[in-house]
Structures are given as C-alpha cells and as structure tokens.
Design a binder for this molecule. Structure first.
Ligand SMILES: [Zn+2]
Ligand SMILES: [Zn+2]
Ligand SMILES: [Zn+2]
Length: 190
C-alpha cells in the first residue's frame, strides 16, 4: 500500500475532507483517484451501474479471506468494525460470484474483486499475437518479450473487444475507475 493512501484527502468533486482509509468520498461516493494504484480492490454494488470500493481495512480483510479460500467471512474490520455481527461475506470460487448478506434484513448485494492478477478480466494475450506496431493504448509504449519483463508489463486484452492491447498494469488502473475499454468504451461486465 502506498503511503499517500493513508493520509486525509479532499474530494475532487465536493471538496469534503475524507479519512485516509476511505477510498470513496463519505459525502458524494466519488472514488478516490489514487485507488487505481492499489493492486487489489474490493467493491460492493450499490446499484446496477455503481460499484463502491470498500475502505482499505475492510478490503484487506476480504482479500485475506479470499487468499485463504474461505467460503464465509464475518467481517469485523474497517466499515464493519462498528457492526461486527451484521454481515456475512460469501465466496463462491467456482462461479467467482461473491456477495455480502445483511444477516438482520436478509438483503444481499454482489461484491467484486478487481485485481491486477485477475485473468478473467485482464485476459493474457500471447506475445506472438502482437505485432511490432502494436502499442499499449494507454501509455503508448510498445510491448516487450514477457520473459524479459515483470508480469505488470505483460500484454492483456479486455473481454468485450479484440485488437485493443494493453500492459496489464495500465489497463488494471483504468478499469478500477471505469468499467469499460478505454479505447472503444465497450462495457466490461463482472
Ligand atoms: Zn465528494
Ligand atoms: Zn501501457
Ligand atoms: Zn476495446
């Protein structure tokens, strides 16, 4: 986690001063721009068109459960600290569907993981399929042999489109802010 994420930040839209742990504005729910630099982000679906990132403490608790293949988590960190028995997080690894259930009301919300290592959204492209003229549409740099570079620099594409190639780290940052191909604007569904 980069150090600058832990300090207070002013919302770019409404100027409210937010706590460092929060990745969305407490007042207007705008996602903090720096969130795009996190290697992993967990979000809950507020409505069909809006996913809201959990705060850093909750997100790290969810990621820890995910990495340990837990089926059910009773979250107690961050947002959940004041309501430790209110929610259950359910992880279905076969379908990759994750959800948050309010134990009191029974209400269920989808949640999702956006991570640089997610190959279902950031689909690997073979280096042989990329021509010398192809460049990352975001940073405009060319691609290099994957054997000579880190996985962040490997070539990927997004599920809805063909012919638009990116460095993994470049497009991972972009889709954390908008669910679409930065080039053709086709929507990425989770
Ligand atoms: Zn705001
Ligand atoms: Zn790039
Ligand atoms: Zn595209």
């Amino acid at each position: 986690m980069s150090a600058n994420l832990q300090v207070q930040w002013a919302c770019e839209r409404c100027t409210f001063i937010n706590e460092g742990l929060n990745l969305t504005c407490t007042m207007c729910f705008l996602t903090r721009t720096d969130a795009k630099d996190l290697p992993v982000q967990w979000e809950w679906r507020a409505n069909p068109d809006q996913w809201i990132p959990y705060d850093l403490a909750s997100s790290s608790e969810l990621e820890n459960a995910y990495q340990n293949n837990l089926a059910v988590l009773n979250p107690k960190q961050g947002y959940f600290a004041s309501i430790p028995d209110r929610y259950e997080i359910r992880f279905n690894y076969a379908t990759r569907r994750f959800q948050q259930q309010n134990i009191t009301s029974g209400g269920v919300r989808r949640i999702r993981r956006i991570a640089n290592d997610d190959n279902s959204i950031l689909q690997p492209v073979s280096f042989e399929d990329v021509t010398a003229e192809d460049t990352c549409i975001i940073c405009l740099d060319s691609f290099v042999d994957p054997d000579t570079t880190t996985s962040d620099q490997h070539v990927v594409k997004l599920p809805p489109c063909h012919g638009h190639y990116f460095h993994r780290v470049c497009v991972a940052a972009a889709i954390k802010l908008r669910d679409e191909c930065p080039m053709c604007k086709k929507r990425v569904d989770y």
